[in-house]
Design a protein. Structure first.
Length: 141
């Protein structure tokens, strides 16, 4: 089984670089942290693969809003796809009725610099788009 301690330290060092005390961002579950960037929540997960216990992932995501009403979903989904094409290293996704901004990568070779870049990217985009979508499509968290 993969020892995740090294990767927890990588994530916590990146969180420290943001000026946040990692212990204050930890959730009750090991390998999870919760940060804020402006109005956006940023969730960090270090996960083992469900198929292989010697392989894992870093996932950083932000819940942006609930799906908009059925009347505007086609327009909304088209806008998400167009925006996905412009984003770097992240993507919009939909899961269980929520819209997320998400980045995921394998743990192998993970560095503090890459983790920090992913955190900044998700935080910056999420803080921009959560407000934009709520104004345009009218759904709140």
């Amino acid at each position: 089984m993969l020892d995740l301690t090294y990767y927890y330290n990588v994530v916590e060092n990146a969180i420290s670089e943001l000026g946040v005390n990692p212990s204050s961002a930890r959730t009750k579950k090991a390998g999870q942290w919760d940060l804020r960037k402006g109005s956006a929540s940023v969730w960090i997960n270090v996960l083992l693969s469900s198929e292989r216990k010697d392989y894992g992932y870093l996932q950083i995501m932000s819940p942006l809003m609930r799906l908009p009403s059925a009347e505007v979903r086609a327009t909304f989904f088209e806008e998400l796809l167009r925006l996905n094409h412009q984003l770097y290293g992240v993507a919009f996704s939909v899961y269980e009725g929520w819209v997320y901004l998400r980045a995921i990568r394998e743990l192998e070779g993970l560095s503090k610099q890459e983790t920090l870049a992913m955190l900044k990217r998700i935080g910056t985009y999420a803080d921009e788009y959560d407000d934009y979508f709520k104004r345009k499509y009218g759904r709140q968290l």
